[in-house]
Design a protein around this ligand. Structure first.
Ligand code: AMP
Ligand code: MG
Length: 351
């Protein structure tokens, strides 16, 4: 492995390590680092060449823009223009935290960072190691998730090493990413703010802070492209084909059992994505519980890790229950449907 993998104290990061990592960023190199959402692949967001290296390392399509991470509120105006009052209110309420906002960009932000767009996405992450690194790296760190494009986002440093160990200069290991799903993205370039990607900060939380907030219709409607370029691609995917089975829990489990048995008869092995409340219902396949429906943060936290574990177990197909939970269900199902390439099987309620 080319990358230097260094353990860092996630609550109180060692300054000596941060200084070294910051120097790499200022010199145009790439450092993967923990955030409270998922691991990020950082480069200097104001340096066009660094951004080009990020795209190359990830194998990311060059029209899929990067998020610029800042560490202090004053820096927002350096990267973004026309910042409405509502956005300031959201920043006061949720920054540092898992919220990204989109504004018209300033001239200092290169098009290589914004995928050719005139707008820029900005977030102030809440993770102490991320904030320290951003400060040491010059204040504007472009950081998409630190996975190869299309793969599940990394929630552990080991996932980063697996995907990008040969291409980045340094990986900071701060343990497990707390939330496990990418930030909520809100677009402030329209009259009414629009959610382009659901996340831990859900619509109700945004509405209670600033009133009207719309959902990008492209997130729901099949025939309409989502506005965030990154939401158009197949994404977050394990290697084996994944399908979501929707319906009442008992019926969905019976259906998945049947599909898993059929897979065994064909000489394959099905991976099953279940939860604590349902895992006992399965008699076939390789069953993994990703968390509890009554504590849906645990489902968000383990989703990507379990998808990667199925890769390692070399299952031939994966069936997942549906996790339409009230708090994080929208974000979880958004990622799961992308990972499934939209394959959803509806089990009827009645015979
Ligand atoms: P990632 O950093 O891997 O979590 O991906 C960043 C996400 O933010 C992708 O879905 C991008 O398409 C989206 N994004 C970043 N900048 C913009 C922008 N200026 N306009 C719309 N979407 C954006
Ligand atoms: Mg990503």
């Amino acid at each position: 492995m080319k990358a230097e993998l260094i353990k860092i104290n996630p609550k109180n990061p060692e300054q000596e390590i941060i200084d070294r990592a910051g120097k790499i960023l200022r010199e145009g190199g790439l450092v993967a680092f923990p955030t409270e959402t998922v691991y990020g692949l950082g480069g200097d967001g104001l340096n066009a060449e660094s951004s080009a290296r990020i795209y190359q390392a990830k194998g990311r399509p060059s029209d899929n823009p990067l998020i610029i991470h800042i560490a202090q509120m004053e820096d927002l105006e350096t990267a973004a223009r026309r910042i409405p009052k509502g956005a300031v209110r959201l920043a006061e309420r949720f920054w540092p935290g898992p919220l990204t906002m989109i504004f018209p960009k300033t001239d200092i932000v290169p098009y290589e960072t914004t995928g050719g767009l005139d707008s820029v996405a900005v977030r102030m992450p809440g993770h102490p190691a991320a904030l320290a690194l951003i400060r040491a790296g010059g204040g504007f760190v472009a950081a998409p998730s630190a996975n190869r494009s299309g793969r599940p986002s990394p929630t552990l440093a080991a996932h980063v090493a697996e995907d990008l160990g040969e291409t980045v200069d340094m990986i900071l290991d701060g343990g497990r990413a707390g939330i496990g799903l990418e930030s909520t993205i809100v677009d402030f370039t329209e009259d009414v703010p629009v959610i382009l990607r659901p996340g831990y900060i859900n619509r109700e939380m945004l509405v209670s802070c600033i009133g009207q907030v719309n959902m990008d219709p492209g997130l729901q409607e099949q025939n309409r492209p989502p506005k965030a370029p990154g939401m158009r691609y197949r994404h977050y995917s394990p290697r084996a084909p994944l399908a979501i089975v929707q319906g009442e829990a008992g019926r969905a489990a019976a259906f998945i059992n049947e599909l898993a048995r059929m897979e065994e008869q064909k000489g394959g092995r099905a991976g099953i994505l279940a939860c604590r409340e349902t895992e006992h219902l399965y008699q076939a396949g390789l069953v993994k519980s990703i968390g509890s429906r009554s504590l849906d943060e645990t489902i968000a936290k383990h989703l990507y890790q379990v998808l990667r574990e199925f890769d390692q177990e070399q299952v031939s197909c994966i069936y997942s229950e549906s996790f339409d939970t009230p708090r994080m269900g929208q974000a979880v199902m958004n990622r799961l449907k992308k990972a499934a390439g939209g394959r959803v099987i509806q089990v009827p309620d009645d015979e």
